[in-house]
Design a binder for this molecule. Structure first.
Ligand code: SDX
Length: 432
């Protein structure tokens, strides 16, 4: 919990006789915060476009230190979780705050397995989408529509309803994701199977057909589980903040997560993994990299190196390091370690990290830089990359939603700096 410091901040404003005392709060680790709530009564708003210096809430779920390149989930470093844990165990940790004992873990896995099917009527929703619909467009629609099947458990003030909804979302996202892929393929949907692990089940639903037995490679299932794990949560990023803002109005959790999916779709956020592969395809060869690095530094050129840079990390994104290691492992297991796309990505990273522009602006590879190369090696098509990100991020979204709704919260309602027209009288069209 936070606690108020003895010494408040003092804000001196020209023309305001007395300085304004603003409380300072400390968390357990990380920067203190200055509570500016009373500024409105003094006739002022704070101004922070993009919320670069704004803490929107108090949270105990994930901690990031951008300078150190640290990422903790409920205090556990992402490197240790990636090495020793698995995705469903991390889902439990994010939701409950502690790692599960063996019995609790087995019960959680059993619960998730028994919620992986979706209502048969949902299958008809997919018929309304063109075969070439982007799967993120489908996910925005069908996840929001899930709420129409659970009117019996949408009381957001009921902790049991919140937890069953969390389990349903974590369980059903892979099923819906695979359905959005199969729809585009014109292939029949494959039902989830309770004898398969979470990531194994997803890959089975993605690539199996009714025509023959399909065996998921344990290597690819492990890599898929690792990718879900690395995407599970990331503090108050744009899509999680969207889920919180939507949820703060009392909107149901399915609708709030659907809003998060929409926010994640953008190329500056979760759409970056798809954009990295598109960028590497456009660069085409290692010889062209210097020209593209030059373009990325040119203020007049909209080209940016996708998968590079981060609002918080001004050091290497710790997830990117694990992702790069996983990339080597998967490609080696698949016997494609001399993958030309990986070679290009590594050369692009080497050149960029030596370049003064990237060093001075502290731009490093982020979680999206290598993930797409692994996904492509697993056989996931590029247009499904952000759907994978959304599936992985679901426990983070719903854990933040549960933390907010289960605590004290207000409807989110920022203000603005108004630069429009002063008050003026209406002019009839005859007089304009
Ligand atoms: C994710 O918030 C999260 O936690 C997100 C995420 C999560 O898990 O939820 O980590 C997932 O979204 C990772 C980021 C994926 N996006 C990309 O890889 C797209 C490429 N990156 C950039 O668009 C950018 O770095 C952002 C959007 C990620 C961050 O933007 P900021 O913090 O607003 O920083 P900025 O755009 O102001 O950049 C600072 C400077 C600028 O130059 P100046 O105006 O100061 O001269 O760095 C430059 C930018 O032009 N810059 C880049 C660059 N990224 C920033 N220049 C070239 N290539 C880049 N990739």
């Amino acid at each position: 919990m936070s606690e108020q410091n003895n010494q408040p901040a003092e804000l001196a404003i020209p023309g305001v006789a007395d300085s304004i005392e603003l409380p300072i709060y400390s968390g357990n680790i990380g920067p203190d915060v200055i509570d500016v709530g009373k500024l409105t009564s003094q006739g002022y708003f704070t101004y922070d476009p993009g919320f670069v210096s704004t803490a929107s809430c108090e949270s105990a779920i994930t901690y990031i230190d951008g300078d150190e390149g640290t990422l903790l989930h409920r205090g556990y470093p992402i490197e240790q979780l990636a090495d020793k844990s698995d995705y469903l165990e991390l889902c439990y940790l994010l939701l409950n705050g502690e790692l599960p004992g063996a019995t609790a873990k087995a019960e959680f896995v059993h619960t998730i397995k028994n919620h992986t099917m979706v209502n048969e009527q949902l299958r008809t929703f997919f018929q309304g989408f063109r075969p070439d619909a982007h799967p993120m467009a489908i996910m925005c629609g069908v996840v929001g529509a899930l709420s129409s099947f659970y009117h019996d458990s949408l009381d957001i003030d009921n902790p049991q309803h919140r937890m069953i909804t969390a389990h349903r979302l974590i369980a059903k996202m892979p099923t819906l994701a695979a359905m959005s892929f199969k729809h585009a393929q014109g292939q029949p949907f494959i039902y989830p199977r309770n004898d398969l692990g979470y990531a194994e089940n997803f890959l089975h639903m993605m690539f199996a057909t009714p025509c023959e037995e399909y065996k998921v490679s344990p290597t690819l299932a492990k890599a898929m589980d690792r990718i879900f794990l690395l995407h599970a949560d990331h503090e108050q990023n744009a899509s999680t903040s969207t889920v919180r803002l939507a949820g703060s109005t009392g909107a149901n959790p399915f609708a709030s997560v659907a809003a998060g999916i929409a926010a994640l779709w953008g190329p500056s956020h979760g759409g970056a993994n798809e954009a990295v592969l598109t960028m590497l395809d456009e660069i085409g060869s290692v010889d062209n990299i210097p020209e593209y690095v030059r373009r990325a530094k040119d203020k007049n050129d909209p080209f940016r190196i996708m998968g590079f840079g981060h609002r918080v990390y001004k050091n290497y994104d710790p997830r990117a390091k694990v992702m790069q290691q996983t990339c080597h492992e998967v490609l080696e297991e698949l016997g494609v370690q001399d993958n030309p796309v990986l070679a290009m990505a590594k050369e692009l990273e080497r050149i960029a990290l030596e370049d003064e522009y990237f060093v001075e602006k502290r731009l490093y590879p982020n979680v999206d830089f290598y993930s797409g190369i692994i996904l492509k090696a697993i056989g996931i098509p590029v247009e499904m990359f952000t759907v994978i990100f959304a599936t992985g991020r679901t426990p983070g979204w719903i854990a933040h939603w549960c933390e907010m709704i289960g605590g004290n919260y207000k409807i989110g309602r920022p203000r603005q700096l108004y630069t429009g027209s002063p008050k003026r009288d209406f002019v009839d069209v005859a007089d304009r």
